[in-house]
Design a protein around this ligand. Structure first.
Ligand SMILES: C[S@@+](CC[C@H](N)C(=O)[O-])C[C@H]1O[C@@H](n2cnc3c(N)ncnc32)[C@H](O)[C@@H]1O
Length: 200
């Protein structure tokens, strides 16, 4: 499984979690989740899971990474957490009202979230923690290539000397089995907090 993340929960939170937490309410709105029995596939360390729980949903989380499953169990002790990939869901058909991961009409949207960094060092440190494909790419570089990549990223970010913000874009799709559909939510720029839906 190429997208399977094998890093600790804190590295994930440092690198991607700062976007996931902001994205979660947009995605839950987009999916139209306001309760019910919900399956969160690829739950990571639980940014979306937490938002679903806050909305009163009865959530089961599925995640193939053992490290992330440990983080999920620690954060949500009463939740059902299954260590499994989407291709092998350990639930019978028809167990859920909503499955967040793709039956009917497909709509897509771009959801944007903005995260803040104290300085370029914070951004680079999060990248160096080797989360996901970006982290694997960085780890594959020689020292010289890494130094050049650092310089180039600093330049492409506008050569920030202090605090700066970055906007991330998530491509989401939802599939409805009926004619109802929630309006597509707008982007968020501050810290916060369907039917079948898929993100990232
Ligand atoms: C970008 S993260 C999204 C995490 C989470 N939804 C959140 O709110 O932060 C993608 C997650 O999908 C998981 N993943 C990768 N391959 C998967 C698969 N085949 N089935 C289910 N999850 C998978 C990764 O381990 C990772 O935790």
């Amino acid at each position: 499984m190429s997208g399977f993340f094998r890093v600790g929960g804190s590295a994930y939170d440092d690198f991607m979690g700062r976007y996931s937490v902001r994205l979660a309410p947009l995605f839950a709105d987009f999916a139209g989740v306001h309760g019910g029995r919900v399956l969160d596939v690829g739950a990571g360390t639980g940014a979306l899971t937490g938002e679903l729980v806050r909305r009163g949903a009865d959530v089961a989380a599925v995640e193939p990474s053992p490290e992330f499953c440990a983080a999920l169990r620690e954060r949500f002790p009463s939740l059902e957490v299954a260590e499994a990939p989407a291709e092998q869901l350990p639930f019978p058909d028809g167990s859920f009202d909503v499955a967040l991961a793709p039956l009917g009409r497909v709509e897509s949207a771009e959801l944007e979230v903005t995260a803040d960094y104290d300085d370029f060092e914070e951004f680079w440190h999060a990248l160096e923690r080797q989360v996901g494909p970006a982290g694997a790419w960085l780890a594959s570089l020689s020292d010289e290539q890494r130094a050049r990549a650092r310089e180039e990223m600093h330049r492409q970010l506008g050569s920030p000397s202090g605090t700066f913000s970055l906007t991330g874009r998530c491509y989401a799709a939802r599939v409805s089995t009926d004619a109802r559909s929630a309006p597509v939510p707008t982007s968020v720029t501050s810290t916060s907090s369907s039917r079948s839906t898929n993100s990232t």
